[in-house]
Design a protein. Structure first.
Length: 361
């Protein structure tokens, strides 16, 4: 079994300065690893300072390395002698930063670039790929329970004209889902052919929890929409269905557990989602939780349109339903309660000065 420990050499993280990437770095440092944090711009203190500040707080250490997914061979140097690579980075569409074609091409070409550097290193035993629940979720009836056996491409390749690379520019988030399916499959195939390492995926749903830098606000992200409710504005994202919430600390911890696990094998996927129904809630339930935690603030709730949905259907669309049972059983992952995720997201956004809460009259 090619499991590793901190005695087998350094580990590298791509996208290390990002919201999830930083928590992956923390989880690895807690376990004593020397972490090579790969980021695109060593000259931007908003992306480097929170990482450098981690040194001295944990058993392991972190060093910073410049690399870009779009530059061939960029990861050859940081991956040399590494026993594991955790590939978190990708070109995201947040706030229109990249169009759907750039998101797709960036993910597919960037992951291939990273895999080629893994092969060149020759020392890597485990490759953990941060995919997404977007690679699992497909159209299904209200209440359908997703597992790792589901693929976003199920039934779509034949029946859904929008699942088509030619239409990707009009497809919006479809390009992201197609990219995550393609890159997961590519990583698993690549590792199987190489034989020297195993590629395992994580598929997070709605990630919330402490922000460790102001750059983790990410305009258009789940945390950004939650932050707006603290200023009294209605929650405009995903209000027609459930928010299936996983803690960003659990996403980091699961990945650290995966490089050390005897159970994981090439091709495995782990959906990182709510532990149970308590983490599958709609925007009005999120508002109720936040009102209890922050009684002095005027918290925003459902937007116009919500009441009509409830009147017609009795509840929002019951999706996505997905529990992280496999990660808990295989990896022994212990998850944070949903109240903790909501409180920490809100409190760190306030502490970082990203939002000014609306006080009650
Ligand atoms: N947040 C969620 O709810 C969620 C849910 C499911 C899956 N995911 C996945 O989780 C991963 C991390 O997302 P996040 O939410 O943490 O967003 P994020 O903070 O924006 O992280 C994305 C990272 O990708 C890096 N990146 C972008 N373009 C790059 C390039 N050309 N070369 C190298 N690195 C590049 C960025 O690094 P620099 O800062 O160095 O440019 C950034 O740190 C992504 O793969 C995403 O698909 C996120």
């Amino acid at each position: 079994m090619p499991r590793v420990t901190h005695r087998d050499g350094p580990v590298a993280v791509t996208g290390a300065s990002g919201y999830i990437g930083t928590h992956v770095v923390v989880a690895l440092m807690k376990r004593g690893y020397d972490v090579r944090a790969c980021l695109t711009d060593l000259g931007n203190p908003e992306k480097t300072d929170h990482l450098s500040a981690l040194n001295g707080s944990y058993e392991g250490s972190v060093s910073l390395h410049q690399a870009n997914l779009l530059d061939d061979g960029s990861y050859d140097a940081p991956f040399a002698e590494c026993c594991a690579v955790l590939h978190v980075g990708t070109a995201m569409g947040y706030g229109g930063a990249n169009n759907p074609r750039q998101v797709y091409d960036g993910a597919v070409n960037g992951t291939d670039n990273v895999l080629r550097s893994v092969k060149k290193a020759g020392s890597v035993k485990r490759f953990i790929y941060t995919s997404s629940f977007a690679a699992i979720s497909h159209p299904a009836k209200s209440g359908y329970r997703f597992t790792e056996a589901d693929w976003a491409s199920d039934g779509r390749q034949e029946n859904d004209p929008s699942w088509n690379l030619d239409n990707i520019d009009e497809g919006g988030e479809m390009g992201y889902a197609m990219a995550k399916v393609e890159t997961e499959r590519h990583a698993h195939r690549f590792a199987a052919e190489d034989g020297g390492f195993e590629a395992i995926s994580v598929n997070p749903v709605v990630v919330l929890g402490p922000l460790l830098s102001a750059v983790h606000e990410l305009v258009g992200s789940w945390q950004w929409f939650l932050g707006r409710t603290l200023t009294g504005k209605p929650n405009q994202r995903g209000w027609q269905h459930l928010w299936n919430i996983v803690d960003v600390r659990d996403v980091g911890e699961a990945q650290a557990l995966m490089i050390e696990s005897d159970v994981c094998q090439n091709g495995d996927r782990y959906q990182l989602s709510a532990t149970d129904e308590s983490g599958e809630i709609d925007v009005v339930q999120i508002q109720a939780h936040l009102e209890k935690m922050f009684p002095d603030y005027d918290i925003g709730g459902a937007p116009d349109g919500y009441a009509a949905v409830i009147e017609k259907h009795g509840a929002v669309f019951q999706a996505p339903i997905a529990h992280c049972d496999k990660a808990r059983v295989d990896l022994g992952l212990e998850t944070h309660p949903v109240t903790d995720k909501l409180r920490e997201t809100a409190q760190t956004m306030i502490d970082l000065g990203l939002v000014t809460p609306k006080q009650k009259d």
